[in-house]
Write a protein that binds this ligand. Structure first.
Ligand code: GLC
Length: 562
């Protein structure tokens, strides 16, 4: 398939910017939109095609912008609407698309809608949120618990009812069953679409509809995994049957899709979905029965799985198995909620992770700083700001470590903010040697590997749009797959161990290494006996034998040991 046959959101690579941490331009130690503008040239050089900017809306910052006080403006910390417009325009000029966060499930408790709702039981917007009476003993209406710890219900003494908050009490859940809420939130989408945005990342997309009867969740007697990682507290003690993923959510996503599609198909506007559902079938249902809902639910599984070749391979197999023809994957190895990849797997395997992310089938989403190997910051107790860490200290759930400022150069505060200002989160000690400037000058750096991977990906149809076929029968620590488009066949072979691996596949032709994670190998290899160095990944262009048709290829690759 020709590269340009795919729409931008399928052929491109998305780069996530956490705006507080990317670049400060006004000396307050907090990143902002003008800071992002000043770094667009870097992103263009890197080779990404779209940026997703986490929330920059007016917010009391109880959850650093995921508590929105006004959906249609910019918080003065980050700039103003005119700067946002300039950012969209310049990103477009650089050939990059702009995706913004849509915090769909909840507002801030300071949002005028909620201020009205809690003013009285008769308030015009009372039913815009989810209110319920206490049980006879005064306790919360049911046993639902918040992802941030404690009951999901907060008592409102003034009006004598509880309101629901799936996250922080300062983030009351909107009542999406109310058509007025739907209208108001669709107006928000239109507002930003009219400002030229190319898409939305829908926050906690699976949470919007709950059981209308507010039934208790049943106990999790068998200890079933309910989230990719334990959330601590009571969250794991229940099966979350009633507090999320209600089928009625699908009608909302179908309507959102119709709205997006109404902006035309030439430059499609898209929705990405943050969906924490472990059952793959249920997760995939958010694509819509006719691929008429969310364009790309994130595959978030790679963020928390043990870093082993077979585990990763199984996760990709599970994902591919539930994708109907036309459903397009999106893979993620880092975001603002999860530990950094380097801290999870170490610097050597982070190179493998980057090659994996940028060669799997589907659109990769790359988290800012992962391209230079930023690791989790050490946050002294007095600098902790994340509400999860504050509510559930010491469980390793805090998200400040993965949100530290971008490391641009070796100057004070890594060029993130002026030397005279204290950044909102501390920088790690090693930034003088681990930053964009140093790594750009080092041909062997992770940054240059990432840049080369992005360039190779965008110029190689097999990597961008080709089929995906795992290779069977490899040594336990290896994961390899073939990407094929027409005549083009690329084998990606990844060594998850720090010892050499031999991939042997008798008389199965030759290939040419076009990129190794070691950045030091460009040679012709014989697949009869191919050595992967410790911690090495290779992209190999197959030159012999001639390409097979895919049926033959499938049989061939799964037949015997390679
Ligand atoms: C999503 C966001 C996370 C936020 C939460 C509540 O999971 O990624 O950062 O805290 O929603 O909005």
């Amino acid at each position: 398939m020709a590269l340009n046959a795919l729409p931008w959101w399928q052929s491109g690579v998305i780069y996530q910017i956490y705006p507080r941490s990317f670049q400060d331009s006004n000396g307050d130690g907090i990143g902002d939109l003008r800071g992002i503008l000043s770094r667009l040239a870097y992103l263009r050089w890197l080779g990404v095609d779209a940026i997703w900017i986490s929330p920059f809306y007016p917010s009391p910052m109880a959850d650093f912008g995921y508590d929105v006080r006004d959906y249609t403006d910019v918080d003065p910390i980050f700039g103003d609407l005119a700067t946002f417009d300039e950012l969209v325009q310049q990103a477009h000029q650089h050939g990059m698309h702009v995706i913004i966060d849509f915090v769909i499930n909840h507002t801030s408790d300071r949002h005028p809608w909620f201020l009205d709702a809690r003013a009285s039981r008769q308030a015009p917007r009372r039913q815009w949120y989810i209110w319920a009476d206490a049980r006879p003993d005064g306790s919360a209406p049911n046993n639902w618990v918040s992802l941030f710890g404690g009951s999901a219900w907060e008592w409102d003494g003034e009006t004598g009812q509880y309101y629901l908050h799936s996250f922080d009490p300062k983030q009351p859940d909107l009542n999406w069953r109310n058509p007025e809420v739907q209208t108001a939130m669709f107006d928000v989408l239109r507002f930003w679409l009219d400002h030229g945005v190319d898409g939305f990342r829908i926050d906690a997309a699976h949470m919007i509809m709950k059981d209308p009867q507010l039934r208790d969740n049943p106990p999790n007697l068998a200890g079933v995994e309910v989230m990719p990682k334990p959330m601590g507290g009571d969250y794991e003690t229940q099966l979350h049957l009633y507090d999320k993923d209600h089928p009625d959510g699908h009608a909302i996503y179908a309507a959102i899709r119709r709205l997006l599609d109404s902006y035309g198909t030439e430059q499609p506007r898209i929705a990405l979905g943050e969906i924490h559902i472990l059952d793959w079938q249920a997760w995939a249902s958010y694509y819509g029965a006719d691929l008429d809902e969310i364009h790309m639910p994130f595959n978030l599984s790679l963020l928390s799985l043990p870093w082993q070749a077979h585990t990763i391979r199984q996760a990709i197999a599970a994902l591919e198995a539930v994708l109907v023809p036309g459903a397009w994957p999106n893979n993620v190895l880092g975001n603002h909620d999860e530990p950094r990849i380097v801290s999870r797997v170490g610097p050597a395997q982070a190179r493998i992770a980057m090659m994996l992310l940028l060669t799997l089938r589907g659109t990769p989403t790359l988290y800012y700083g992962d391209e230079i190997g930023m690791h989790d910051g050490l946050i002294p107790p007095e600098r902790v700001v994340d509400p999860i860490e504050k509510n559930k200290p010491g469980l390793g759930l805090g998200r400040d470590p993965e949100r530290t400022p971008m490391q641009w150069d070796a100057s004070p505060h890594a060029g993130f903010c002026s030397p005279a200002t204290e950044p909102w989160l501390p920088l790690p000690d090693d930034y003088p040697s681990s930053n964009v400037e140093v790594e750009r000058a080092d041909p062997r750096s992770l940054l240059n590997l990432t840049q080369r991977l992005l360039a190779l990906r965008s110029s190689t149809p097999a990597l961008t749009s080709g089929s995906y076929q795992p290779v069977e029968g490899l040594p336990a620590d290896c994961f390899a797959y073939l990407r094929q488009s027409g005549e083009q066949r690329y084998l990606i072979a990844l060594n998850f161990a720090d010892r050499e691996q031999v991939l042997s596949r008798e008389e199965k032709g030759q290939g040419r290494i076009v990129l190794s994670t070691g950045l030091d190998r460009e040679e012709t290899v014989h697949l009869a006996s191919f050595h992967l160095h410790p911690n090495e990944g290779c992209i190999i262009e197959m030159i012999e034998p001639a390409p097979l048709d895919s049926a033959e290829l499938n049989n061939d690759l799964s037949a015997g040991p390679m």
